[in-house]
Design a protein around this ligand. Structure first.
Ligand SMILES: Cc1cc2nc3c(=O)[nH]c(=O)nc-3n(C[C@H](O)[C@H](O)[C@H](O)COP(=O)(O)OP(=O)(O)OC[C@H]3O[C@@H](n4cnc5c(N)ncnc54)[C@H](O)[C@@H]3O)c2cc1C
Length: 407
């Protein structure tokens, strides 16, 4: 599709320049000229009084044979030798899509000393693991990983490739998609497959989370998505599952790799792995101050969890954005989510309502958070949390006493 100006008809009235919401039309020599930032919205076509601007509707012809592409791939991301939860979630989602399409589900595993993780991926439902074991892949680098995966795609032609929208996934996905000349939908929160034609309907928040956009990639393959951690259900572990592990040999030529990891230094900036945490104690505007969050920190430490927050608390500057849960923060699915002083706005619920157990502490008995809570405590968090801490101390004392009696 394209927007085209029929120059013979254009009278240079400039109406199109005025109506274009994207400033994508210039008047050059009294003729409308469409710029590269045109979004094909078509407002100029509607507005032109002399029909000098037209939209060419012809379908873009695919340069590849789409039928050659088969199978669903999941990039199995690892950190410090551990496969991330998001990759297990993607195996769960990939399994559903592969079954609907009647194709194989493969995990793509890059790194060093991968035998144990390859077995694990089979037990989480991968029919096949494409294992690329090489010392240059021990630590993630964009050029090495993007090269290996794009070469694999060109060789084996998967129909769909799913990658976690982690910092690594957000770097890797676009590089791979550019190398293999296909589209990528970033930061998806829902995936559906059209069983008939195999189109992947990729849904993601757009315009700052104010609307949900569903995007398809009709003319190129693979259809690639990065998917937010925490939104899909994890694949079930099955000790007896069987699958094949294919060892892929790679060789890097001079010039293939432009970066080398010399040392890994932990950032001093505070970050928190919310999406991996089994317990989250989250606070909202009701927590009132930075000191209020110290109380939440105590409770989360006691429970072996991490601290989360609503956007209101982040906007107040009481806690870093990396702790924000919700539509424009992190989506989480912990075993236990304690929401203290959080009202339960829809954008917050979107990021935490799939948690296994939700405990809400709020002064207002009508707060919407209670509608999704498994346990609700109506009360002042500055009274409730100290009581919880005391009760947990008592439990510790009882456990210590019991151990002393046993020994
Ligand atoms: C496009 C968009 C994206 C957004 N994305 C996000 C997002 O990712 N995450 C997010 O959280 N929000 C997001 N928001 C903001 C969201 O709409 C709400 O404004 C926000 O979640 C409210 O935060 P809160 O519940 O902490 O504050 P409030 O709504 O002000 O609620 C405070 C609650 O604390 C209770 N309270 C007060 N004092 C106490 C006390 N002493 N003890 C117990 N309870 C107490 C009150 O009864 C109240 O229920 C987004 C909004 C938009 C428009």
């Amino acid at each position: 599709m394209a927007i085209r100006v029929i120059t013979d008809k254009c009278i240079g009235c400039g109406i199109c320049v005025k109506v274009c919401p994207f400033d994508a039309i210039d008047m050059i020599d009294k003729k409308a000229t469409i710029k590269d930032n045109c979004t094909l919205c078509g407002q100029c076509v509607e507005a032109c009084p002399v029909d000098a601007i037209v939209k060419d509707e012809e379908e873009v012809q695919s340069k590849i044979n789409i039928d050659d592409y088969k199978g669903v791939w999941v990039f199995a991301e690892q950190r410090s030798g551990e496969v991330l939860n998001v990759s297990i979630e993607l195996l769960g989602e990939g399994r559903k899509i592969a079954d609907k399409r009647g194709v194989e589900l493969s995990a793509v595993l890059l790194g060093k000393d991968l035998d144990e993780n390859a077995e694990k991926l089979v037990k989480y439902g991968a029919d096949k693991v494409l294992k690329v074991d090489h010392e240059k892949l021990e630590n993630y680098t964009t050029d090495a990983y993007a090269k290996v995966i794009s070469d694999l795609i060109e060789d084996k032609k998967p129909e769909i490739m799913l990658i976690g929208a982690t910092t690594i996934g957000r770097d890797l996905g676009p590089r791979v998609s550019a190398k293999v000349a296909t589209g990528l939908t970033a930061d998806c929160t829902r995936l559906e497959i059209d069983e008939e034609d195999g189109k992947l309907l990729q849904t993601r928040p757009a315009f700052g989370g104010n609307l949900m956009a569903t995007i398809v990639c009709p003319n190129n393959r693979p259809q690639m998505s990065t998917v937010r951690p925490g939104v899909m259900e994890k694949a079930k572990y099955n000790e007896n599952a069987v699958g094949t592990i294919e060892n892929i040999e790679v060789a890097f030529k001079d010039g293939d790799l432009k970066t080398e990891v010399l040392e890994i230094v932990k950032s001093e900036k505070e970050t928190v792995a919310l999406d991996e945490a089994p317990i989250i104690v989250a606070g909202g505007r009701g927590v009132q101050t930075i000191e209020g969050f110290e109380l939440l920190e105590k409770l989360s430490e006691k429970l072996g969890g991490v601290v989360g927050a609503s956007r209101a608390a982040v906007d107040e500057g009481w806690i870093e954005h990396s702790h924000q849960v919700g539509q424009t923060g992190t989506t989480v699915r912990p075993k236990l989510y304690i929401a203290a002083g959080i009202s339960g706005a829809i954008q917050h619920l979107a990021g935490m309502q799939s948690s296994d157990c939700i405990v809400a502490i709020n002064k207002n008995p009508d707060a919407p958070i209670f509608k999704v809570a498994d346990y609700g405590i109506v009360g002042d968090l500055f009274e409730v949390i100290p009581e919880l801490l005391e009760a947990l101390d008592n439990v510790d004392d009882i456990v210590t006493a019991l151990k002393a009696v046993e020994s």
